[in-house]
Design a protein. Structure first.
Length: 123
């Protein structure tokens, strides 16, 4: 049976180059007359995150709705109003979930508009 141990993402290969994001490295040794090593690349799941807006006493419903529609792709006005009411009633709401890099962008854009944001929540 072959044994392997994955290394961390972005670790250098034997020639010093880093692996592309989302790939992990595992070295497998196959016993035989001559021992050979092979490096297998396995796709790691891309990290996801949730963008959460918090309730505050500063932003109006209208401002929250306008920001969500402006910055969250595919956000419809009715959905934005539902989320604004949830933010007000429950104290927070997840307004978008998806790949980490996009979540970071939407989080920054909404924060730049003055919305009170929870730290990104990684899944």
């Amino acid at each position: 049976m072959a044994h392997g141990s994955p290394s961390s993402l972005g670790s250098p290969s034997s020639d010093g180059s880093a692996l592309p994001l989302g790939l992990t490295r595992a070295t497998v040794t196959t016993p035989g007359t001559a021992t050979r090593s092979a490096t297998l690349l396995e796709r790691a799941p891309y990290p996801e995150a949730r963008v959460v807006v918090l309730d505050d006493d500063i932003n109006t419903f209208q401002h929250v709705v306008e920001c969500l529609v402006r910055h969250i792709p595919g956000m419809l006005t009715d959905r934005a109003w539902d989320l604004a009411h949830r933010i007000d009633g429950e104290g927070s709401a997840v307004v978008w979930t998806g790949p980490l890099e996009q979540a970071e962008l939407y989080h920054q854009l909404l924060a730049a508009e003055g919305l009170t944001m929870a730290p990104l929540q990684r899944d």
